[in-house]
Design a binder for this molecule. Structure first.
Ligand SMILES: *[C@@H]1O[C@H](CO)[C@@H](O)[C@H](O)[C@H]1NC(C)=O
Ligand SMILES: *[C@@H]1O[C@H](CO)[C@@H](O)[C@H](O)[C@H]1NC(C)=O
Ligand SMILES: *[C@@H]1O[C@H](CO)[C@@H](O)[C@H](O)[C@H]1NC(C)=O
Ligand SMILES: *[C@@H]1O[C@H](CO)[C@@H](O)[C@H](O)[C@H]1NC(C)=O
Ligand SMILES: *[C@@H]1O[C@H](CO)[C@@H](O)[C@H](O)[C@H]1NC(C)=O
Ligand SMILES: *[C@@H]1O[C@H](CO)[C@@H](O)[C@H](O)[C@H]1NC(C)=O
Ligand SMILES: *[C@@H]1O[C@H](CO)[C@@H](O)[C@H](O)[C@H]1NC(C)=O
Length: 249
């Protein structure tokens, strides 16, 4: 009887429901390779149930002092979401780019102490968007925009390596990707070319075959012309519809 009483007294006096910060450990997969432009969730699991009150949870990034994602704050870094439950803290990167690489920390702060864990995020390759056009009467231009890691462009006519007759430019975007553009000086007799993106890291080519339009001149590519044609059709259609709408009035 006495033992039970003592036990009850201890239970009541020690604030049993309160979890101490130093009892909580956060666990995460420390190295994560995310796919370019593919929504990703980083997660830190808690070793014991976290209290929902009197606790501040947030995410920091080693490389960016100002980075802080706090689910209770209205000031969430753009492109991120963060949340927490009693079991875990999550940080969602909606559209990962090379600029999102780095070391993230999930943090937990209570009056009784704090806990944190780090996740090292790296990114896979970004293939970018291909486009091409005539850059001059005898010049074809091809671009891969939003490529990562850095790559170069080589030109081929079947087995012929034409790269020596081309010039390449590479621009760095704020998201860490590159816009790579190359202009090839061509001769008349050949109609098809491969604009090949050579990934320095992967060591392989991504081929895009380009057909030079007949009577190649400096006019923009046929794709752009199709777009113009489409927009004129749309303008005509909308005109017809608005005329019809007017006739109802
Ligand atoms: C965290 O918990 C989830 C399930 O809720 C599990 O899938 C994941 O593997 C856990 N992560 C670690 C690092 O244990
Ligand atoms: C955060 O988690 C809570 C509880 O699980 C959920 O109701 C809420 O929708 C989540 N918010 C976001 C932005 O995911
Ligand atoms: C995280 O990865 C970078 C390279 O991506 C490396 O230099 C750094 O040492 C890593 N940090 C940790 C804590 O593993
Ligand atoms: C372009 O590359 C593809 C795939 O490697 C190949 O089949 C094709 O013959 C090449 N075309 C030209 C014009 O080089
Ligand atoms: C480069 O162009 C010149 C003529 O403009 C041509 O004679 C030469 O064969 C070309 N070189 C390559 C590698 O295509
Ligand atoms: C094509 O030529 C470029 C430079 O002229 C060279 O860097 C590249 O390795 C060559 N590629 C092949 C497959 O021969
Ligand atoms: C790279 O290309 C994209 C898409 O065409 C464009 O919006 C962006 O401004 C370009 N970046 C640079 C640095 O020119």
């Amino acid at each position: 009887m006495l033992v039970v009483m003592l036990f009850l007294i201890i239970l009541l006096t020690s604030d049993y429901s309160k979890v101490h910060a130093d009892q909580i450990q956060l666990r995460a997969f420390k190295h994560q390779r995310v796919n370019c432009n593919e929504r990703t969730v980083l997660q830190c699991n808690s070793s014991s149930l976290m209290p929902l009150n009197g606790v501040k949870v947030f995410w920091k990034k080693l490389e960016e002092k100002d980075f802080e994602c706090d689910p209770t704050s209205s000031n969430i870094p753009p492109g991120f979401e963060c949340n927490y439950t009693r079991e875990a803290l999550t940080l969602t990167i909606s559209n990962p780019t090379p600029a999102n690489m780095g070391t993230y920390f999930c943090c937990l702060q209570m009056d009784s102490g704090h806990a944190k864990e780090n996740i090292n995020v790296s990114i896979g390759e970004c293939t970018g968007e291909f486009s091409n056009q005539m850059a001059g009467p005898k010049q074809i231009q091809c671009s891969f925009n939003g490529v990562y890691p850095k790559a170069i462009i080589n030109w081929f006519h079947y087995d012929n390596n034409l790269t020596a007759n081309s010039t390449i430019t590479s621009l760095l975007n704020s998201d860490g990707t590159f816009n790579i553009t190359s202009v090839l000086n061509i001769q008349d007799d050949q109609k098809r070319y491969n604009c090949s993106l050579w990934s320095l890291e992967q060591g392989r080519y991504l081929n895009q075959e380009i057909e030079v339009p007949h009577h190649a001149d400096s006019s923009p590519s046929s794709r752009v012309r199709t777009q113009h044609c489409l927009s004129w059709t749309l303008i005509l259609l909308s005109l017809m519809f608005s005329l019809r709408a007017c006739s109802f009035l």
